[in-house]
Ligand binder design. Structure first.
Ligand SMILES: Cc1ncc(COP(=O)(O)O)c(C=O)c1O
Length: 440
């Protein structure tokens, strides 16, 4: 028996308590929190160390798009590790080259130059740095460095991406932040126009936005929002950076959420679904026009001056290729659209309940906003109870946290894109029974 098995789950709890620092977690409450030890997973089902099975209706953290445990990914990773386990991306490796081509082929317009890194935060950090350097190189007589981003938007934990983020609870403890980020209302395009006028277009280089705000509450844009944003960017020579870290790779019922509103980004950032969480990988992809601004003689020093040890790692890129092969061969975005609209329609029927103020989403990216009888946000404790009761019934869902300083009243449903209609019905029926019970 191996060492892992010799330890019983209480041993893991003890060691974990003594040595592990969990994200956004009050360790003083560790005993009561009773974290789950997950041990294995297959398809949409994840199993804990005591053998309890859960339908993962949150895809890990919005990212296990193809589902857990696919042999093809394990094989691709194993073979690549044996062949070439690593070399820096200052040279060429075949999986990274093929994945860059694959992304360029799949993405809209002429988004076709790929800078790889490891996480969504790093992809956005890269996009922000590319935008600023682009601004200095394209408009040397101006001082274009400001970036407009949106309240409630999330772009990552690193300083630039965090500064772009519009969720104060995730930022205030770490101030001062990176200067030059102006936040606007998440769905009001007039506020973008006003901000540009008041700041001066010649001081701004980019706008960054998620097509559908994810962790900030599953907030959809008005139908004409992105067309107008594109128009504003063209009018003022701003880059449009679209963060598809959650929405990319089929989550919303199309390969990239850009397609819903025919958005043509200058830069797009991708992570999560690019490997479905099998390995950490992200990409910042630019148009030819943006890329060309970095061409010049060596003496011009126009190259993008950023190195990342694990950028374009051959093994993670092999996982990415195998993941996209599964996504495209099984046309999983179509399943996300079909099963997602079935689930959304069912969940919308819950809007008749006094506790549900709105059900919204696209594909398998759904948010349910909950209210008290006096129309205030549902208390965080009650939202937590709903999440706990769902878990007790064997279904994992997510909830808003650390976004605004008010009760956390939105729950998230974002299952793997392989979800069956039967599983969708089970999610709906379980949630309906909990919301109509008097258990919280
Ligand atoms: C829209 C969006 N952008 C960026 C990130 C940051 O990605 P990561 O956690 O991989 O750094 C996230 C993470 O949830 C996200 O939802």
């Amino acid at each position: 028996m191996n060492k892992q098995k010799e330890l019983v789950s209480q041993d893991y709890r003890d060691i974990d308590r003594d040595h592990v620092w969990h994200p956004i977690f009050q360790h003083q409450n560790l005993e009561q929190a009773n974290l789950t030890i997950f041990e294995e997973a297959q398809g949409t089902t994840i199993t804990d160390v005591d053998g309890r099975k859960y339908l993962d209706a949150y895809s890990g953290l919005w990212n296990v798009n193809i589902g857990y445990g696919r042999q093809e990914i394990a094989d691709a990773v194993y073979q690549q590790m044996r062949k070439l386990s690593y070399y820096p991306h200052s040279q060429i490796n075949m999986p990274a080259t093929l994945l860059a081509k694959q992304l360029a082929d799949l993405l809209p317009g002429n988004l076709n130059h790929v800078y790889f890194s490891n996480s969504g935060s790093e992809a956005n950090e890269t996009a922000i740095k590319i935008a600023r350097q682009y601004g200095y190189q394209m408009y040397p007589r101006q001082n274009r460095y400001k970036i407009i981003s949106r309240y409630r938007g999330y772009h990552g934990f690193t300083y630039g991406a965090m500064s772009a983020t519009g969720q104060s609870p995730r930022k205030t403890a770490f101030e001062p932040l990176v200067p030059g980020f102006n936040h606007v209302h998440p769905t009001c395009v007039d506020e973008v126009i006003r901000t540009i006028r008041w700041e001066g277009a010649e001081t701004i280089i980019a706008i960054i936005a998620e097509p559908i705000i994810g962790g900030g509450g599953v907030i959809l844009p008005p139908d004409d929002y992105f067309a107008k944003l594109r128009e504003i960017c063209d009018q003022h020579n701003l880059l449009l950076i679209i963060d598809e870290v959650i929405t990319g790779f089929g989550r919303t019922g199309v390969m990239f959420a850009c397609e819903h509103w025919d958005i043509q980004p200058d830069i797009i950032t991708l992570a999560k679904g690019v490997t479905s969480g099998y390995l950490p990988l992200s990409a910042c992809v630019t148009t030819t026009e943006v890329f060309n601004a970095f061409l010049g003689d060596s003496s011009d020093k126009k190259e993008f001056g950023q190195v990342c040890t694990y950028a374009g790692h051959p093994v993670t890129c092999a996982a990415g290729l195998a993941n996209i092969k599964i996504l495209t061969e099984e046309r999983l975005w179509e399943n996300a659209a079909r099963v997602g609209s079935h689930l959304l329609e069912k969940l919308k029927s819950l809007q008749n309940l006094s506790i549900v103020s709105e059900v919204r989403g696209k594909g398998l990216m759904i948010g349910i906003e909950l209210i008290e009888t006096n129309q205030d946000n549902l208390e965080t404790m009650k939202t937590n109870t709903i999440v706990r009761l769902m878990k007790e019934q064997g279904i994992l869902i997510g909830k808003i946290s650390y976004v605004v300083d008010e009760p956390e009243n939105i729950i998230f449903i974002a299952p793997p894109l392989i979800l069956t209609q039967g599983e969708a019905d089970r999610i709906f029926e379980t949630l309906r029974d909990i919301l109509t019970s008097n258990d919280f």
